[in-house]
Ligand binder design. Sequence first.
Ligand code: COS
Length: 377
Amino acid sequence: MLIQFSEEQKMLQSVAREFTSNEIAPRDRWMDENGFDWELAKKITEAGFMGANIPEQYGGSGGGIVDNTIIAQEFAKGSASMATFIGAHWLATNLILENGTEEQRQTYLPEAVNGKIFAFGLTEASAGSDAAGIKSVAEETEDGWVLNGSKAWITNSGVADYYIILALSDPELGTRGISAFLLPKDAEGLSIGKFEKKMGCRGSATCELAFDNIRLPKEALLGQRGQGFKMAMQTLDIGRIVAGAVCAGIAEHAFEMAKKYANERVAFGKPIKAFQGVSFRFADMYAEIRAMELLSYDAAFLKDAGKRCTLEAAAAKLFATEHCVEICRAAQGVFGGNGYSAEYDIERLVRDACGWCVMEGSTEILRMIVSGTVLAK
Ligand code: COS
C-alpha cells in the first residue's frame, strides 16, 4: 500500500464515489448522445466539487492536488466527459490561484466555487504540441490591451463564463513574450464557434474561439507580463497528473463493465471468465490500472510537497493514456460482438480513452519531455 491517503482524503474519495454512482454515471450515455449536461454541472457545483482546488478563504474546500486527483479519478469511473470538464475548470482556476493578484483571486475564485465555469485557452489551429508557436496577439494600449487571433480545441468553450487566454504580448521575445489574460464570455469581439463533433468525451464542450479587436482592461493581465508560457506549462504539469488519474478511472470503469459481463455471459456451458483467454486479460488490466494510480499519485504527492513534478507528471500521463486505450480495447474484447454495439456502453469508453492520448500533451510530446529529462541527467 504505497498510496497513503489522510482520513479526510479517504472520506473525500467515498463522497466522490457515491456522487459518481448516483449522479454522474447514470448521465454518461445521455451526454454522449446530447452533449454537455447543465443540470449535472449544477449538481457538481452544489456538491462543492468546482472549488475543490480553491482555498477556504475564497469559499472553496481547500484541497491540494492529491484531493483533485482523487475526485477526477472517481468522476472518470462514471463519465470521462465530466472528469474532462472539471479537470479543465481546475486547470484554469489554478492559474488564477497561483499567479493572480489578490484582487483577481477575490473576484474570480469565489465565482468558480459558485458554478461559474472556467476554460484554459492555449491551443490554436496551427499551434497544438508546439505551444510556443501561438499567434494570438495582445497589444498594449494606453488603458489596457487589444486581443486578436483565435484558439481551437478549448475544453469547456461554449459553456464557460471565463477564458484564460495565452497570447503574444511581446512577440520578439519568444516564450518570454507570452502573457495570460482573463476574458469574460460576453466580451465584445469574442466569437464562439459551434461544438466540435468529437469521437469521444462528447459530454465535454469543445469549440473554436475568435478574437476580433477585443478591448481588455489593464487588470485582465493574469500574472506577470511575459510569464504566460511558464505559467501554462506549470499548470499543465498539474493537468497531466489529473489526466493520469482520469485514465485510471476510465480503465477501471471498463474493467468493472467487462468483469460483470464475464461473470454473466455463458459460452461452452460456462461463464466466460472460466476461460484463460478471458481471465488473463483481467490480470493485465488490474496490474496496469494499479501502476497508473501509483504513478499519478506519486506525482500528485510530489506536487503537494511543493516540488517540481514535470517529469513525474509527464511519465504518469504517458503511461496512463496509452494503457487506458489498451485496457478499454481488452475490456471491449471480453464482450465479443456485443462490444461493438452502443447498447453495451463499452465502445463509448474506447472512444473516450482515445481523446486522452492528445489532450494536455500528446503521447509524443510526453515522450519528448520524459526522454529529454532522463537523458540530460
Ligand atoms: N514548468 C516550469 N517551467 C517550464 C516548464 C514546466 N513544466 N516547461 C517549460 N518551462 C519553461 C522553461 O524552463 C523555459 O524557461 P526559460 O525561458 O526561463 O529558460 C521556458 O518555459 C521555455 O521552455 P522550452 O524551451 O522547453 O519550450 P518549448 O517551446 O521547447 O516547449 C514543450 C516545450 C514541447 C514541452 C511544450 O511546448 C509543451 O508542453 N507542448 C504541449 C502543449 C500541450 O500540452 N498542449 C495540450 C493542450 S493545452 S490543454
